[in-house]
Design a binder for this molecule. Sequence first.
Ligand code: SF4
Length: 343
Amino acid sequence: MPRLRGGYPAHPKLHFMLMPERDHNPRDRRLHLPLVPVQQGRAGTAVDVQGERKPPWLKVRLRTGPNATDLKDIMRGLDLHTVCEEAMCPNIHECWEDREATFLILGDRCTRRCGFCDVMTAKPFPVDPSEPARIAEAAARMGLRHVVITGVARDDLPDGGAATWAETIRLVRRSMPGAGIEVLPSDFKGGERDIATVLDAGPDVFAHNLETVRRLHGRIRPAFGYDRSLDVLRLAKRLHPEQVTKSNLIAGMGERVQELTSAMRDLVVAGCDILTIGQYLQPTPQHLPVDRWVHPDEFAALARRGEEMGLAHVEAGPLVRSSYHAGSQFRRALERGLVAAGD
Ligand code: SF4
């Protein structure tokens, strides 16, 4: 694998050059979060993990239970999909047994291409106007306690899909008045009107992921901007000061520990309340390679540091994902008293 000076991978070239649009995650292919075979590295050090065995803390036993089976049947009956299933998330059992699930809206084709993501980049299909109602029905039939809604970037739509986001929030709220609703939309190219449309629908948690540190952002998330993503969170606090906000960082993509700390500081200043940090796992060999395996102790230290800086709750660990135990993250942040620092 070609590497740049300083030991950081020359990944974006690899990702973009070898990933022809038509071949990348063709329709009907399942998305997955494979636990790539690697070897345990020293805690907190950058190690070349290519072709090595995975560390023991990434080994998970997939389990199932009655709740998970029920939820799966309901989803199939309504022709809906969850990120939990599509990505074969190792946390699916825990989340579904807790009656938490993450829906994908606005289709399965994204107009952007991020170096770590296995969602297909292609011209999207037209918006399905029945989707918000079907999600609301599924959430009610599944008896969810916390509904997480995420979706692809829809730069092809004049409002970036904001109206669909808002309609989905409203219908889920109507069918499940007691459930928490968390949304994880794109940045709407920073458009205040579209972000306001989503916020005005009243989600309990408004999340927008920063994903990586400033230095790597342009290469890993070329269609986003580090400052623009921070601005989305800042705007949410400005428009709705009581809005709970959330973000996510992925570790193991070539960043330094100090850069993660700087990103956490930037998130605090932007008014972010909840943060998740997890290990990057390479979806396919054509994606950005894993730079290092971050030791669980380093994740724990990051969580402590983030909360000392002012984040209301930081959930950090090798298998943590944005929607992992999202309901309990929200409740814990509320118990601790939210930070609404926005500048
Ligand atoms: S915008 Fe979201 S869905 Fe689209 S490629 Fe990036 S991370 Fe994946």
